[in-house]
Design a protein. Structure first.
Length: 146
């Protein structure tokens, strides 16, 4: 199942890249069903907050606290501080991260707060980001606040 859902997040990342954005994708799964999908749309929407995870939360829509607490969030890249805050706010218990070599968010903090992190170190996730950064380093630096 892990591969199936990570592949869905990678599809979202490719969708973002194809529409002129940063290739990061995210999906939310509850009870083995994808309930939300998102990709980084900061560029496309001129938004300071539409990282893939935030877009995924938005597209999943309003849910009960119990729903969030049964969710697994998949992201092709380690979530940043902002996205990690949403994970903590809604008490998402499990996050699967495609790769964290390109960028590592506050993973130790998430773990300290009880979130189970699963780092896959997926080659496709890594290569998508490396190629994007080689071609768009200033946009990447903007995305991570540098």
């Amino acid at each position: 199942m892990l591969k199936k859902y990570l592949d869905a997040a990678i599809q979202e990342a490719r969708k973002g890249l194809g529409s002129g954005g940063i290739p990061i994708g995210s999906i939310m799964v509850i009870d083995d069903e994808i309930v939300g999908r998102g990709h980084n749309r900061r560029v496309q929407q001129g938004s300071p907050i539409l990282h893939a995870e935030m877009d995924c939360f938005e597209n999943a829509g309003r849910m009960s606290a119990g729903d969030y607490q049964r969710a697994v969030l998949y992201s092709t890249l380690s979530p940043c501080d902002m996205c990690s805050g949403a994970i903590l706010l809604y008490k998402i218990p499990h996050v699967v991260i495609g790769e964290n070599r390109t960028f590592q968010g506050p993973e130790a903090y998430l773990r300290a707060r009880g979130v189970e992190l699963e780092i896959v170190d997926d080659a496709e996730c890594f290569e998508l980001m490396q190629k994007f950064i080689r071609d768009n380093d200033s946009l990447w630096n903007e995305d991570i606040g540098e």
